[in-house]
Design a protein around this ligand. Structure first.
Ligand code: GLU
Length: 418
């Protein structure tokens, strides 16, 4: 039978398995397997050629039992209500697994940002905010960056929101530029948080991270920072392969991550990097026998078709949804240690939470304080999940779900919803 690849159906199937293991009652299951609210809207934008183009936008508020909804906005050609629903569900479990007092949400626009000018992006950002502003706010729902959305886009959105409500409101959105109330350490937080979990996994698995080989699939914000921070935080390691949407490159001797990031930022793709030994495909990269693999692009790259060929020891999922449920079972049986997405990449939203707190108090923290608190959150979340994995003898993703879903269910019960 063909494998289910609709991200929301996958998110529901993952939840169902955890709910069954936790013995949740039927109404609780029904409540938690669906978003509480969802908005689908149109955004008319005046394009540079003088014509109006109508974009389709989304915001899904999945669950706010533990606190206001929180989650990024993706601008992607393949965005649909179901990708946004899945990502909103994952945000709910993500905020819960790191134990921050927030719920889950996600937004999106179906568009190809590579085809938009700066002016068109600004009008699209402001247009998105104009439609949905009344449903947002730091006590209601707080967006942030995600695939193809940037601190600049957050700045335009905050500015539009403030113009609508008529007062300063830095905590309405996170991932802003530092000059406008962004937090120190937000830029690399997703990758940094993931590497803290790899550090803990390496201790348990007795892998020396300073000697480990690693490969990165996807070279956007998270992938680029993972490349440099792996060495910086873990005291070494050899980056042998990297890919982006145009393809990948390999070097047995290892790449200089800083040089490679510079190339990517200047030239747009790693595939033309002159110091590569050979070109490889994204699929080949995933199958390399490395110690640590960082899937850092999009959903459904490790499926039942290729899972048996994956040879890493640790898969640290900086992307959301890279592994399908069938693939999870195959990786688990093969003894591959998966640090599941909503744990591995929770560093981003954790520092977003710090940014929201700082914005609300109008008092800003120093970088070492942000990084120390991030380390504490990620380390304790990793061990909570690892302990559940050992105690219940379930794979790491199911363990993460069990930790996260239980906390949300407890909040729902205490509120008297179920
Ligand atoms: N988009 C990021 C994520 O998927 C960050 C969300 C946030 O900071 O609110 O976790």
């Amino acid at each position: 039978m063909a494998e289910e690849l609709n991200p929301f159906k996958i998110a529901q199937a993952q939840f169902d398995e955890a709910a069954k293991k936790l013995g949740l009652e039927a109404p609780m299951c029904e409540l938690l397997r669906w978003p509480r609210r969802e908005y689908k809207f149109t955004i008319p934008v005046k394009m540079d050629n003088g014509k109006t183009k109508v974009f389709h936008g989304y915001r899904v508020q999945y669950n706010d039992a533990r606190g206001p909804n929180k989650g990024g906005i993706r601008w992607h050609p393949d965005e649909t209500i179901d990708t946004v629903r899945a990502l909103a569900a994952w945000m709910t479990w993500k905020c819960s697994v790191v134990d921050i007092p927030l719920g889950g949400g996600k937004g999106g626009v179906t568009c190809n940002p590579k085809e938009l000018s700066e002016g068109e992006k600004e009008r699209l950002a402001r247009g998105w905010m104009r439609v949905i502003a009344r449903e947002l706010g730091e006590h209601r729902d707080c967006p942030a960056p995600d695939v193809y959305t940037t601190p600049q886009i957050m700045a335009w959105m905050m500015d539009e929101y403030e113009a609508i409500v008529g007062r300063s409101h830095p905590a309405v959105i996170t991932g802003k530029p530092l000059e406008l109330g962004g937090s120190q350490g937000r830029g690399d937080a997703t990758a940094r948080g993931g590497i803290f979990t790899v550090r803990e996994a390496c201790k348990i698995l007795k892998i020396d991270p300073a000697k480990a080989t690693y490969a990165i699939q996807g070279f956007g914000n998270a992938g680029q920072f993972a490349a440099t921070l792996h060495k910086e935080i873990l005291g070494g390691g050899k980056l042998v392969a990297v890919s982006d949407s145009s393809g990948g490159i390999y070097s047995a001797a290892g790449f200089d991550p800083h040089d490679l990031v510079k190339w990517k930022l200047e030239k747009g793709s790693v595939t033309t990097y002159p110091k590569a030994e050979k070109k490889i495909s994204n699929e080949e990269l995933l199958e390399l026998p490395v110690d640590v693999l960082y899937p850092s692009a999009l959903e459904n790259v490790i499926t039942k078709e290729n899972a048996a060929k994956i040879k890493c020891k640790v898969s640290c999922e900086l992307a959301n949804g890279p592994t399908t449920p069938d693939a999870d079972v195959i990786l688990h049986k093969a003894g591959i240690h998966v640090i599941p997405d909503f744990l591995a990449n929770a560093g981003g939203v954790t520092v977003s939470y710090f940014e929201q707190v700082q914005g609300t108090y109008n008092y800003y923290w120093k970088l070492p304080d942000v990084q120390k608190q991030l380390d504490e959150k990620m380390t304790s979340a990793y061990h909570a999940v690892y302990d559940m994995h050992k105690k219940q003898n379930v794979h790491m993703r199911l363990a993460a779900y069990m930790v996260a879903v239980k906390r949300v269910a407890d909040a729902v019960r205490l509120r008297g919803w179920v």
